[in-house]
Design a protein around this ligand. Structure first.
Ligand SMILES: NC(=O)c1ccc[n+]([C@@H]2O[C@H](COP(=O)([O-])OP(=O)(O)OC[C@H]3O[C@@H](n4cnc5c(N)ncnc54)[C@H](O)[C@@H]3O)[C@@H](O)[C@H]2O)c1
Length: 291
C-alpha cells in the first residue's frame, strides 16, 4: 500500500529517539532495530535493569544508547524521563510509547480499579509522554510519535480482556486524530498494531476470573517474531504509514467488519460458540521456547 504522507519523514540516521517500554520483548527489539537504522536511543522502562540490558545490546552492536527509569503512570516520572533523554541526546525526533500491561478475565469479575489502572498505563501513559514531547516537536516542525496499540483495539474479539481492548481502541483513536493534527505541525504519527507476536507478556499475567477462555484475534493468523515486528514498524515509519499492523490479513478483517459491524459481532460470537477461540498458528521454531 503506497501512502503519500504530507509530513516530511524523520530519517532514523542520527535521530534522537526515546522508546518508553523498551526494556524487553517488542520494545527492546524495536529500539535495536531503530538503532540498526542509525537512531540514537534512550531506552526507558519501569524495569530499569531491562532497559540497561537493551541499551547495552545496542552499544555492543556499535550504536548509541542510554537507559532511563520511567513509570508511565506518573506525570513527574514521565517528565523526568523526557528531560533526561533530551539532556543525553538533544531534542527528541522520535518518541515511541510502547509501555503496556495485560490482565484477563470476564468483564463482571474485573474491578473498576483494574479498568482504571489499565487505562492509566496503556492510554494515559502515552498522553503524558505526548504532552511532554509534542510542544518541542511542533516548535521544531519535526518529529515522529509512535504508539503501540493492538489488534484488540481494531476489531472485537478480546472478550477475555475488555479493559485491555478498550485501552488499545483509545490508543488507535488518539493516534489517528494526532496524525491528522500533526499534519499541520510537521509531526508524523504511526500506530503499531500488533497481532499475535511471540513475547513473554502473558507470563505472570493477572487473571480476574477462575474459569474463562482466552480469546485471540483469529485462527487464520500466524504468530510473528519480535524481530519481524520491529522491521515491519521501522519500514512502515519510513514509508509514512500511520496504522502499521504486523499482519496484512487485518485489512480483510477490517473491510468485512466495515461492511456490517453488527454482522461481524454476531459472526464472532458464532465462532466462539463453535469452539474456535481464535488462537493463531505458532510456527515450529517458536514452539521450543514458547512462553
Ligand atoms: N505480544 C503481543 O502479541 C502483543 C499483541 C498486541 C499488542 N501488544 C502490545 O505491544 C506492547 C509490547 O508488548 P510485549 O508483548 O512486548 O509486552 P511486555 O509486557 O513484554 O512489554 C511491556 C513493557 O512495558 C513496560 N511497562 C509496564 N508498565 C510500565 C510502566 N508503568 N511504566 C513504564 N514501563 C512499563 C514493561 O516493563 C515491559 O518492558 C504492549 O503495549 C502490548 O500491549 C503486544
Amino acid at each position: 500500500m503506497t501512502i503519500h504522507n504530507p509530513v516530511p519523514p524523520v530519517p532514523f540516521a542520527g535521530a534522537a529517539t526515546l522508546v518508553i517500554g523498551g526494556g524487553r520483548n517488542i520494545g527492546r527489539e524495536v529500539a535495536r532495530e531503530f538503532a540498526r537504522r542509525g537512531a540514537r536511543l534512550a531506552v526507558a522502562d519501569l524495569d530499569l535493569e531491562g532497559a540497561e540490558e537493551a541499551a547495552a545490546l545496542i552499544r555492543e552492536a556499535g550504536g548509541e544508547a542510554v537507559a532511563l527509569p520511567c513509570d508511565v503512570s506518573s506525570d513527574a516520572s514521565v517528565k523526568a524521563t523526557v528531560a533526561s533523554a533530551e539532556a543525553a541526546l538533544g531534542p527528541l525526533a522520535i518518541l515511541m510509547n510502547n509501555a503496556g500491561i495485560l490482565s484477563g478475565g470476564n468483564p463482571e469479575d474485573i474491578p473498576v480499579a483494574a479498568w482504571q489502572q489499565m487505562m492509566d498505563i496503556n492510554f494515559f501513559g502515552m498522553v503524558r509522554a505526548i504532552e511532554a514531547v509534542l510542544p518541542g516537536m511542533i516548535a521544531r516542525r519535526r518529529g515522529h510519535v509512535v504508539n503501540t496499540a493492538s489488534f484488540a483495539g481494531l476489531y472485537p474479539f478480546a472478550t477475555s480482556r475488555m479493559h485491555y481492548a478498550a485501552s488499545k481502541a483509545a490508543v488507535v483513536s488518539l493516534s489517528e486524530n494526532l496524525a491528522v493534527y500533526g499534519m499541520d505541525h510537521g509531526v508524523r504519527v504511526s500506530c503499531l498494531c500488533p497481532g499475535p507476536v511471540m513475547t513473554t507478556s502473558v507470563l505472570g499475567m493477572k487473571h480476574w476470573s477462575e474459569n474463562y477462555t482466552m480469546r485471540a484475534p483469529g485462527s487464520h493468523l500466524t504468530v510473528k517474531s519480535q524481530e519481524e515486528t520491529a522491521r515491519i514498524l521501522a519500514d512502515g515509519m519510513e514509508a509514512g504509514r500511520i496504522i502499521v499492523p504486523t499482519h496484512d490479513e487485518v485489512w480483510d478483517t477490517l473491510r468485512e467488519r466495515a461492511a456490517s459491524p453488527d454482522a461481524y459481532v454476531i459472526k464472532k460470537h458464532g465462532e466462539f460458540a463453535s469452539g474456535d477461540s481464535g488462537k493463531p498458528a505458532v510456527p515450529a521454531e517458536f514452539l521450543a521456547n514458547k512462553p
